[in-house]
Design a protein around this ligand. Sequence first.
Ligand code: ZN
Length: 246
Amino acid sequence: MKWTVLGFQSPYPGPGGATPGYLLETSSGKYILIDCGSGVMAELAHYLPTYQLEALMLSHLHHDHIADVLTLQYALHLQHIQGKRKKPLPVYAPRRPESWWQKLRFRTVTEPVDIESQTKIDVDGVSIAFHRTDHGIPCYAMEIREGFRTILYGADSGVKTDWENMCREPDLFVCEATFLEAQIPEDNVPHLSARQAAQAAERIGAKALLLTHVYPDNDLEDIRREAAPHFSGDLYVAEKGWNIAL
Ligand SMILES: [Zn+2]
């Protein structure tokens, strides 16, 4: 499978950037979109037409992860009219907040599927298990397995997330690094610093770590420098178009 970064900034995109969105390509050439933040639709267009998507997974319903869902629905609606797609796109997402959940269904083109009551699904031979993270609203990490390969997408997370009981030794851990240590707020905001992300990756024995979900103003080298002493595997910091085949 192949993981491609479409957007990695938060809570808003920088010039030409996008908030979180990732494209997962299965070994048989099917595409799953994981999160759909602001600017993700424009990035996705570099890779495939929207009507070819197999599924959309939303880790949680905060704006930086769902902003482009509404325009994705317009694209699919038009493509249905043009006869390019006939079946609805399944949108796997938590049910809460209810007001946003309601917006995930649009005409007959998107079909929300509640992941709070599902622990595991299968899409084109890829299994995805959902695990709740420490965040302000229901938010789910995704343990993605195909054959012997595993990607753990950490979604958004505070320090109380139980990574150890979620997944061990993933080939790739995609973890948020919202802050540099000096930026951690006094009140307990459920996000991680680059150092905390690296320590979590080390604890679960991740083979590679991709740091993502970063402030658009933060320097990517500063993020790498802060994480590097705490992680012994392959360390990457997200950039638009960054990808890895596993
Ligand atoms: Zn976020």
